[in-house]
Design a protein around this ligand. Structure first.
Ligand SMILES: Nc1ncnc2c1ncn2[C@@H]1O[C@H](COP(=O)(O)OP(=O)(O)OP(=O)(O)O)[C@@H](O)[C@H]1O
Length: 658
């Protein structure tokens, strides 16, 4: 075997030497490197040499390689170059690559890495990522050519190489011929078009793409996007923009790609934020795997965390004591709420807490007069201006209680941060900010992200889905001074949920109170296009739900990546206990950072926003019967969020006692 390989390597080396002789000579060490690259043709790498090498402009790659581990923009330099040059070389190559179609989707620039190779005599290169590139010495080429994660199939690698060779005169194939390589078509494999464009026959492949390629070993959201996703990653927006789409349509994936794309074409810090505490941690982990080289450019932080940190930097108090807030509210409710007009109108403490959190403070209403006329979207209960005076009185009591206890609540933190920004804006705004799950922000939260980001091109991207709103209340973007002017986009292909799960989700009447507010087209789960067929939904009915759920968990073919989702914290705590006693390893959702684990995740639907699991269990739990429309609607939206966390399997319990 070895003999065969050596013979092949030798042939490839001689071919490369001949081709190199016909062009301006390279310094000896560079020639050695290019020959080595060319020999790797035998392991699936295609080499393209910059026609200007060794006098390549400093901001261009000397060599580009396409192979199993992706695409490499290689700079052969005597010394480590300035980061601006290696970044420019990356962007130059990325622009050539933009949207190469493959059977798995459009290739993204996550498949591309910049590698700087310096001569061996320089000694071992200062190893590792400098942020923009990987620096290695000539004798360390194995680090990028051998092993590592495989991201391209052989046909993809060749297709990409041909595309590069055919899209610029600057890159010349070495050791292979972009025009004459025969198409490779094996069983179940898609071949390469013989056309000189070097592209796949995309039209023929479109049909196959969803069914076959998505299931294939290389359907990876980091490396391949669909055409509408990739278009939005690269689109230039002249002001704030918004992306909507039903659950599982790749909104977060798109947002992460866009952050990476913008990070590589700008300076300064970028921000991914949301009101959810655990989502930034999960998104950060995904981003690291997508764009490790620019990971330090993007801050992943939930909005309250950002506001607290900002206030502290400005020397202002920002501590929030959850327990004190809860006690303050309870005291006021018992003193004036429970026996007063509020309880008569609506005997729910939580409802009036939401009225303060989501309407009065959430909208930053400073006077009774403002509250009298404020819209109360999605809140139900048509409160007359006269009745609102009672609510206002109750709110003032709550504020007095907080101030006597010397505490701020979460809304205070956002409002104080907004005030502080009004007094003295950020010295340097974020280059770009993405706000995920935007439908659940309060109006003050929305104003705050707008104040942080501004209106400049590409600076603010709002990502959300009105059908998945799980917190009360609502707003119009215009109330926060944000104008989209047509910069609203919709995604429709669902990559997460198998068809059966989507069908289950469509059973819920999850009214979208957002899209019709902002004038965009209302796209609901029913109009989503599931890419993955199959899936399984089990509706269990009976008396002993604990026994049934535990048995169903034990019966899973693949027990990894399972979650039990509940409506309330109490129910989550109880299920944690039940599962532990049944011998399961349990991981509370609020501490989860997105890493795969064998433990069963347990938490509320609120904590599960933005996450996904192979199997999801939704046990029945007692819920108050409601005659209020908005509560029923909220329940339906929560149920939709819960079901759409499942990729393959959903178990829905219903306790039926005699
Ligand atoms: N182009 C793609 N190819 C393959 N998988 C994809 C693609 N886009 C997204 N996915 C996968 O689909 C799933 C859902 O993506 P994502 O979380 O971005 O959706 P979302 O629209 O933000 O969902 P939700 O609104 O429910 O939070 C993820 O598993 C993601 O990896």
């Amino acid at each position: 075997m070895t003999g065969t390989f050596n013979h092949r390597d030798e042939r490839l080396r001689r071919q490369a030497q001949q081709e190199l002789q016909a062009r301006p000579p390279l310094p000896t060490w560079q020639r050695r490197v290019v020959e080595r690259f060319a020999v790797e043709r035998g392991t699936g790498w295609y080499t393209l040499l910059n026609q200007f090498a060794p006098d390549t402009p400093p901001n261009r790659p000397d060599v580009v390689l396409s192979g199993p581990q992706g695409v490499l923009a290689v700079l052969l330099r005597e010394e480590e170059p300035a980061w601006e040059d290696s970044r420019a070389a990356f962007v130059w190559t990325a622009e050539l690559l933009a949207g190469v179609p493959t059977p798995h989707g459009m290739l993204t620039e996550a498949a591309l890495r910049t590698v700087v190779v310096v001569p061996a005599r320089t000694g071992r290169a200062r190893s590792g990522h400098s942020g923009e590139h990987l620096l290695i010495a000539e004798n360390e080429l194995d680090r990028v050519l051998v092993g590592g994660e495989r991201v391209l199939e052989a046909t993809d690698a060749l297709s990409v190489a041909r595309h590069l060779g055919n899209s610029t005169f600057d890159l010349t194939p070495i050791g292979w011929n972009a025009q004459h390589i025969p198409a490779q078509r094996g069983a179940g494999e898609t071949g390469v078009s013989g056309r000189s464009s070097g592209l796949f026959e995309v039209d023929q492949l479109r049909e196959e793409r969803f069914e076959r390629a998505v299931r294939g070993p290389f359907q990876d959201w980091r490396i391949f996007l669909d055409d509408s996703q990739l278009g939005l990653v690269r689109r230039q927006y002249s002001g704030p923009a918004r992306i909507t789409g039903p659950a599982g349509t790749g909104k977060t994936v798109l947002a992460l790609h866009r952050l990476a794309y913008l990070a590589r074409r700008s300076t300064g810090e970028l921000l991914y934020t949301t009101h959810l505490r655990n989502l930034p941690r999960i998104a950060e982990k995904q981003f690291r795997s997508l764009a490790g080289q620019v990971r330090d450019r993007v801050r992943f932080q939930h909005l309250h965390g950002w506001a607290r940190e900002f206030l502290v930097e400005r020397g202002r108090d920002a501590e929030v004591d959850e327990q004190q807030i809860e006690e303050a509210f309870r005291a006021v409710w018992e003193r004036t709420g429970a026996g007063g007009p509020l309880a008569t109108a609506r005997p729910s403490r939580a409802y009036w807490k939401d009225e303060i959190d989501r309407v009065i403070k959430g909208r930053g209403l400073g006077t009774l007069e403002a509250y009298r006329h404020a819209p109360r979207r999605g809140r139900g209960g048509n409160l007359t201006p006269g009745f609102r005076a009672h609510v206002w009185e109750f709110y003032c009591e709550y504020e007095r209680e907080l101030s006597e206890r010397g505490v701020y609540d979460h809304n205070d933190v956002l409002m104080r941060a907004l005030d502080e920004l009004g007094r003295k804006p950020l010295e340097r705004r974020f280059t770009a900010a993405v706000v995920d799950e935007v439908q659940d922000l309060t109006l003050i939260g929305l104003r705050l992200v707008h104040a942080i980001s501004g209106d400049a091109p590409n600076q603010l991207l709002l990502v959300g889905d009105g059908q998945q709103q799980v917190y009360a209340g609502g707003w119009r973007l215009s109330e926060a001074g944000i104008s989209l002017s047509g910069r609203g986009e919709v995604l429709r292909r669902n990559y997460r949920n198998r068809t059966t799960i989507v069908d289950e989700a469509c059973e819920f009447d999850a009214v979208n109170r957002f899209d019709d507010l902002d004038g965009g087209p209302a796209v609901t789960m029913r109009s989503a296009l599931p890419v993955l067929g199959g899936g399984r939904a089990v509706h269990w009915r009976g008396a002993d739900q604990e026994e049934a759920l535990v048995a169903a968990l034990r019966a899973l073919d693949d027990p990894s990546d399972a979650a039990v989702l509940t409506r309330t914290n109490n129910a989550a705590a109880r299920w944690e206990e039940v599962l532990r006693q049944a011998g399961f390893q349990v991981s509370p959702l609020d501490r989860w950072e997105g890493a795969p684990s064998a433990a069963v995740h347990v938490g509320t639907v609120h904590r599960a926003k933005g996450t996904e699991f192979r199997s999801v269990f939704l046990p029945d739990e007692p819920r108050p019967v409601t005659s209020y429309r908005e509560e029923a609607e909220a329940g339906q939206r929560q149920a939709l969020v819960a079901v759409t966390r499942a990729r393959d399997y959903v178990w829905i319990g219903k306790v039926e006692t005699r």
